[in-house]
Design a binder for this molecule. Sequence first.
Ligand SMILES: Cc1ncc(COP(=O)(O)O)c(C=O)c1O
Length: 371
Amino acid sequence: MPYFDHSATTPVHPDVLELMKTTQRDVYGNPSSVHTQGRKSKSIIEKARTQLADAIGAKPDQIIFTSGGSESNNQVLWSMINRNIKHIISTEIEHPAILNVLRAMEQFGINHDCISVDRNGIMNFHEFENSIRETTGLISVMLANNEVGTIQPVKKIVKTAKQKSIPVHTDAVQCLGKIPIDVDELGIDYLSLSAHKFYGPKGLGILYIRDKESISALIIGGGQEMGLRAGTENIALIAGMGLAAEIATTNLHSHVHHLRNLETQFKTGLKLFFPNAIFNGDDIRKLPGLINVSFPGFKSDIMIAKLDRAGIAVSSGSACGSGIVKPSDILRAMEVEDELNICTLRISFGRTNTADEIANLLSEINSITKS
Ligand SMILES: Cc1ncc(COP(=O)(O)O)c(C=O)c1O
């Protein structure tokens, strides 16, 4: 069944699956135990930590394992309470695991400004500069957006923030294996990743922390993860994520090339029979293989259902609830009119997609838009 929803989640890479199976079966010692089995588990965890660190240009002791992107984002934000931070800057198009946390933090006297974006989904830089206050203690801006794929100027943001000694967090959950990530090159202080977006398991992620003193544990208990994340580690999943990160970075260039080819094939083919299609987001500063496209006059919920009946999985730029199509907040922030917003699909390609599958997708969209 052709699957074009890799921004939502990716299928586990077969080598990763194999490693997780054998690790789950053979490696059962508690990594905190001092006996041989315990030490074996510990060494598997440390290998994965190094693989993750290598994937983003970090040192292994700057990586902690979490349950995924949501937890990593939460940990950075909630840590600010302990640091007595009063103001945080973010953007209007962050993931709910940032925006809803910021809203929840208001009750603790922590305010925020969410910077608007332009029509392509790029943060308005002047507005950002003007919103920095004496009390600003954190900036959190995603590296690339999950609905439109637009890449934010994180390096430039860090440069401005550093002049005022403000730490910067970036949610890079959509990025590993699609663009190079180097924490020193970016200059960021915290970075979130999630394994299930790069052909690893669900329910696992990392938080990169430049300076461990600046962060607190969200889950308190034993001293695991340098005292920053309690709980007995999921060794099999951690091993799997380590391998998935290594594969993603080793194959970065060929993967990007593959995604770009599929994207070009899709866009060129679509324009031939549906010239009214509107591609949302930035043409250049965007993730490869993620297409956000509006089909004026064709509601996304109906298109998704029809494609699903044809065995094809895509998603929508908008969330559906109780049969009513709700316009996407991200597209709204980009000032896409609601009428168009609810006629938008997110199509995200992945490593196993083929040119034949794209041809099939185009032919199904053709018959839907012709009927
Ligand atoms: C940009 C972004 N941040 C955070 C998350 C949450 O990650 P997780 O599903 O691992 O909690 C997602 C997942 O959809 C995402 O796309």
